[in-house]
Design a protein around this ligand. Structure first.
Ligand code: SF4
Ligand code: SF4
Length: 204
């Protein structure tokens, strides 16, 4: 399915319009302070600095298909350290909304990670970190080496009781499942409406 959607104006203008103080984007110095402070930089296809350069260059398709927005943990370090006061984290939120609205995220790791996480929440009512790590790295990404790298950190967390070895279910799980079911119904409806809006209109 071709994802390219015809838009008025440039990609830069789109991002600026959808982001509070987004017009500051054009003042980027490419100094790299944002990418250098980002705790998730190693997981990102493009660091915030590169992403800003790509927006300015109008590289819409590559930006919206990037995994950067999904690796971002919203810590705002980049934003607070930017010498040009560019609202980088808010720009990342804007890109994430656009990526979702146009279905571009499907080629990133985001759906696999989200599905593994939500499966455990539906089963137990809470996240189960060991299951998440095994399910995501070993079975969804087929990268057991990544799982092995996490071993020492996992053992420390277990010893400090920051993580449970065996998952436990919350009380009143049925109520949570009913809420999740309703949320899924609403989400499916929103996606249908967004899809209908993206359909080209003919015969005018
Ligand atoms: S810190 Fe600000 S000015 Fe520097 S590269 Fe990042 S966005 Fe650009
Ligand atoms: S807000 Fe996101 S992009 Fe910015 S430093 Fe934190 S994780 Fe990185």
């Amino acid at each position: 399915m071709a994802h390219t959607t015809e838009k008025k104006g440039t990609f830069l203008e789109e991002v600026i319009e959808a982001t509070p103080d987004g017009e500051r984007l054009v003042h980027c110095l490419q100094c790299g302070s944002c990418g250098g402070s980002c705790p998730s930089g190693a997981e990102m296809q493009y660091t915030p600095r590169t992403l800003i350069a790509m927006i300015n260059a109008g590289d819409r398709d590559a930006v919206l298909a990037a995994n950067t927005m999904w690796a971002c943990v919203s810590c705002y370090l980049c934003t607070t350290r930017c010498p040009q006061n560019i609202p980088i984290t808010d720009i990342i939120y804007t890109l994430k909304r656009m990526s979702i609205a146009e279905g571009r995220y499907s080629k990133t790791d985001a759906p696999a990670m989200a599905k593994t996480f939500t499966d455990f929440v539906e089963m137990f009512g809470r996240s189960y970190e060991i299951g998440l790590a095994i399910g995501y790295h070993a079975f969804k990404r087929w990268k057991p080496i990544e799982l092995m790298k996490m071993g020492p950190m996992g053992i420390k967390m277990l010893l400090r009781r920051r993580m449970a070895f065996i998952p436990s279910k919350i009380r009143q799980i049925d109520q949570l499942r009913a809420i999740i079911k309703k949320a899924k119904e609403l989400s499916a409806k929103e996606q249908q409406e967004a899809k209908a809006l993206r359909q080209p209109t003919h015969g005018h």
